[in-house]
Design a protein around this ligand. Structure first.
Ligand code: IPE
Ligand code: IPE
Ligand code: MG
Length: 250
């Protein structure tokens, strides 16, 4: 179970390099459209950015990288785009998990999973198992993930574990059942593609994350752009509800 500090229960230690970066990878479709290419060409190119981000986070000594790959609402997209994304996900895991493991990466997938085809579910389970003892970067892919789903599934799991008379639910009781209980809360949230919204990503876990929005489209996002986001993070005063004066005195 989780031994990580909750940003609302205790003031966490502020890491100079974010321990956990969560990203909404947005703008693939627009990147393709600008080039008169089909939307899926943007998704394929976006996978190259994923590889670059993984390498960069290892180099920068970030411990947790979480990428929003498919939201619980992305099922609303045209069937052929959904199917392309599923195939891309399958192929990426088939091709890259061994290499990830060589790089000591622990791979985690969070999301509903029960709406995926069995081949994908098997691959997800095998990939997680294959990398579970690795001690380097924890790479989480959020797939068929929704922040509201997560809070509700955690609540239901808590009730299941405690029996019907669970009583008043506390933050401490619920947190261990959240999908990402194995990770500290994100320090830095990055959304590419110009939109300034959370789109049902980590609603609970982003409580005190520093938010960074950039117009750069995901396929164009690179290590230089990541370092700019981290520099922005480092320039901020993380007060967690306290005053600036309290921070100076501490
Ligand atoms: C993000 O890019 C990828 C997924 C949501 C799977 P989009 O496909 O949303 O790209 P835009 O927002 O249409 O440009
Ligand atoms: C958010 O992007 C989800 C992912 C990147 C997986 P969307 O493109 O789906 O978000 P909205 O619809 O613009 O809010
Ligand atoms: Mg989008």
């Amino acid at each position: 179970m989780s031994s990580f500090i909750s940003s609302t229960s205790t003031v966490p230690e502020i890491a100079k390099v974010p321990r956990h970066i969560a990203m909404i990878m947005d703008g693939n479709g627009r990147w393709a459209k600008k080039r008169f290419l089909p939307r899926v060409a943007g998704h394929r190119k976006g996978l190259e950015t994923v590889r670059e981000m993984v390498r960069a986070c290892i180099d920068l000594k970030v411990d947790y990288l979480t990428l929003f790959a498919f939201s619980s609402e992305n099922w609303r997209r045209p069937a052929d785009e959904v199917s392309f994304l599923m195939q891309l996900f399958i192929r990426a895991m088939q091709r890259e998990v061994a290499r990830m493991s060589d790089n000591n990466i622990r791979l985690k997938i969070v999301g509903r999973l029960d709406r995926f085809e069995p081949q994908l579910v098997e691959l997800i389970e095998a990939s997680q198992k294959y990398t579970e003892n690795n001690t380097g970067l924890t790479l989480t892919i959020a797939a068929d993930y929704g922040g509201r789903w997560d809070i509700l599934q955690a609540t239901n799991e808590l009730i299941k574990s405690r029996g019907a008379d669970v009583g008043v639910v506390s933050e401490e009781a619920l947190a261990p059942f959240l999908a990402m209980a194995y990770a500290p809360e994100p320090d830095l949230f990055i959304r590419t593609g110009g939109e300034q919204r959370i789109s049902n990503f980590l609603l609970w876990q982003l409580a005190y994350a520093e938010l960074y929005f950039t117009d750069v489209l995901w396929p164009d996002f690179d290590t230089v752009a990541l370092k700019q986001a981290i520099a922005s993070y480092q320039s901020r005063e993380r007060r967690f509800g306290r005053t600036s004066e309290q921070l100076v005195n501490a």
